[in-house]
Design a protein around this ligand. Sequence first.
Ligand code: NAD
Length: 470
Amino acid sequence: MLINGERTTAIDERVFAVTDPATGEAIASLPLGDLEDVRRAVDGAEATQPGWARTSPRDRARVLTAAAQLIRERVPALARQLTMEQGKILREATDEIRGTANVLEYYAGLGSTFRDEFHRIGRDLDAQVLRQPIGVCAAIIPWNMPALLLAWKAGPALLCGNAVVVKPASTAPLTPLSLAEILHEAGLPDGLLNVVTGPGEVVGEALVAEPRVRKVSFTGSTATGRRVMALAGADIKRVTLELGGSDPMIVCEDADLSAAVAGAVAGRYYNSGQVCTAVKRLFVHETVADEFTRRLTAEVGRLTIGNGLAPETRMGPLNSAGGRDRIRDLVDETREDEAGTIVTGGSEPGGAGHFYEPTVVTDVAEDSRLLKEEVFGPVLPVVRVRDLDEAIARANHSPYGLGASVWTKSHAYMREAAVRLEAGIVWQNLHLKIPPEVPFGGIKQSGLGRENGLQAIDAWSEQKTVLLRP
Ligand code: NAD
């Protein structure tokens, strides 16, 4: 863990192992934090934050710019570390590290646009609206995109003058630790960004329940998000929740099929299917469904699985044995219940790593778990639909509402779908892309609040109204 700018052991000196999901071998040993470690981290953050809040946004932005520069200089080493702890292929890890630098640069750019408001309300009444830091905040992040999600939270939080205590996932904590060290090297005062490693139920909950933590920004599963929201509710803490998704992809009869097949393959199998906004349900117009499925199956069959460090690998292992087992059980259940036809993949290659074959399922039963639950792995259910109306109705038939994509050349179709789809983000002829310039977040059980864009500045600051009668 990293407290007050220094790597430290847990107070009781207990440790846990971080393993490489491609080999099952231990690659690091980290402190197993508990309540006392959370308290130490919050002490440090609380002591440093007021001084940071007094600096100008431009000075704070300078640290983010310097950190982004250091990250860019170290892309190969950071990407390799990310692949080794998380499992994603090196090209995807490299994209994520570069994306992390982009996000910090985006927020650094916003530093020069910060301003408070002034209103002349009446002849003898003026008003100011001051934007102020919230104070000590918690950032709880999952293992699937640990670098990018750290930047989504720490970038705007620090720019707005807050201190942050980060709780990384236990299966991908090394990259967040390295990034926090880089931010300190770039000039961040010690104590402003602490990282406490350890179990979510202990460290995560202690952080959410700690009275001095005023905001919790959580990214993870809907089940944990529910727990976080309940705990944070005791003190009416500010919460941002970025939770699970079951994104639909709709392929219309006029779609460019080659682009749609490529989009489905990237959208589902990127990061071995472990992305909140991955394509998790595919609805294809019946007139193009056979051709589309034939091409999709052929393309998925060509995805070479293996260690993400090997240049020929197109899909790495899943991040954990538990995650792989859940996928295997779901596909086995689908096969046994005859709730779908597995047209490619559907088995475990074996060996020490947590691998599962990229899988496509057709003829999916309407009540299949593949359509009802968030499937966090490389399995794609393909469903035939009569028209756009049916596709939208079925897409909306989900407790989730994160992303959705529509593959069509028709402006009328797109207009209709963009309004009616229940999602926080809707793409036309692409999926997955989330630029930092625009707000991102879910509706329904996919979350609460928005990250990215100018909205992130509102989410990481308090607004105070001052009425003046000079
Ligand atoms: P998770 O909910 O198990 O864990 C997320 C984080 O919360 C980890 O750091 C974990 O240690 C911590 N945690 C666990 N229990 C906790 C508790 N009781 N109190 C506080 N913290 C606790 O999720 P995961 O398996 O790491 O990540 C996968 C999930 O994250 C998927 O559902 C995915 O869709 C979602 N996700 C969402 C987004 C988004 O932006 N909406 C982005 C990435 C991932």
